[in-house]
Design a binder for this molecule. Structure first.
Ligand code: ADP
Length: 336
């Protein structure tokens, strides 16, 4: 079962997100700087009748990378073809995708950091000169064929910018990082979704959900759905602050938006490892969770809210984390 505060999408999220995905810049709330920049690039490309430069969007899951990619395509008036890094297994798979594109079309590659390196290598000339160098055959009979492909725009999305090779990174003309959203922005997102789905939620109810959404629109929308179920059964369908609070308490999402895994991670660092520093692999083993999930899904938000810091020797819980869990901090650990 996917936990409620995990920003990776569930099947249910994906189905539901199709109905509420913002389709243009004005519907996309927050990320003002990124939006302003992209708007300028899109307008300039349209004016020059050129395809847009390749775009790389990075940041934790659920912050709007896919949505922004669809918006870019929509604003450019071009179709978007979507795939993902792990789905492109062989150079031939990529060649089939690229040769089927038309001039100006957008190719969206999610989780681009998981693309195999043999595929990545043939992507370089495709991005740079719109050429594909294909090797047909093996050994002494192998021949290289140069194939020219349409002038497409690639939009790559990744949760792990650090895993993108410098060579690939260098091929993107436009690179943007998406940040966690403020409670005010998340409140607007909750209200927008409630409007589309005809859910009755007052100001304070929307804020209560926003505050516990870990800066992440996907989680805000997910919590709204769960709170609505609760409100329908227990409170005539209207989401007020107290209905939201009761529902979220039942779902075991605390005031910080932490769920069971966040609590386990912090508990483990504080209790088992004396506040750290401790390696993320050790934390993962001690709570029986995947290292990748901790690094990609949980840790960014714990760092953002100042509960965890990354040091060269490992992760450390901060004084704020000790206080939140009512734990005594050892004198020698008072570094923060
Ligand atoms: P990512 O690709 O970064 O994982 P998505 O673009 O799939 O994130 O966003 C998840 C969902 O959150 C979207 O379907 C959309 O409903 C909502 N969402 C994300 N960002 C925004 C935003 N800025 N404004 C409104 N809704 C948003």
């Amino acid at each position: 079962m996917t936990r409620i505060a995990n920003p990776r999408p569930t099947e249910e999220d994906l189905k539901f997100e199709k109905t509420i995905r913002p389709m243009n810049f004005s519907e996309f709330i927050g990320q003002e700087k990124v939006k302003q920049n992209l708007k300028v690039f899109v307008e300039a490309a349209i004016k020059r009748r050129e395809s847009l430069d390749h775009v790389l969007l990075y940041g934790p899951p659920g912050l709007g990378k896919t949505s922004l990619s669809y918006i870019i395509a929509n604003e450019m008036g071009r179709p978007l073809k979507a795939t993902s890094g792990p789905a492109i297994e062989k150079p031939g798979d990529l060649a089939a995708i690229l040769t089927n594109l038309k001039d100006g079309e957008i190719l969206f590659i999610d989780e681009i950091h998981r693309m195999p390196s043999i595929v990545e290598e043939i992507l370089y000339p495709a991005l740079e000169d719109f050429n594909l160098d294909l090797i047909i055959g093996q050994g002494p009979n192998a021949r290289t064929y140069k194939l020219s492909i349409p002038k497409f725009t690639m939009i790559g999305a990744t949760t792990r910018a650090g895993l993108i090779t410098p060579a690939l990174r260098g091929r993107f003309g436009i690179i943007h990082h998406l940040d966690f959203y403020s409670p005010g922005e998340l409140k607007d997102i909750v209200e927008r979704t409630a409007g589309i789905l005809n859910i009755s939620v007052d100001d304070e109810g929307a804020m209560e959900i926003a505050m516990r959404s870990r800066g992440t629109p996907r989680i805000a929308n997910r919590l709204l759905r769960r709170v609505r179920d609760f409100a329908e059964i227990k409170a005539d369908g209207k989401i007020t602050a107290s209905v939201a609070r009761d529902a979220l308490e039942m779902l075991e999402v605390d005031q910080m938006g932490f769920d069971e895994i966040d609590r386990k991670i912090l508990d483990s660092i504080i209790d088992k490892f004396n506040g750290g520093p401790v390696g993320v692999g050790t934390i993962a083993a001690s709570i029986n969770e995947e290292k990748d999930t901790i690094e990609e899904v949980y840790e960014p938000f714990l760092i953002q809210v100042g509960f965890l810091i990354r040091t060269p020797r490992g992760r450390m819980a901060t004084e704020k984390a000790f206080k939140h869990f009512g734990k005594e901090i050892k004198a020698h650990k008072k570094l923060f």
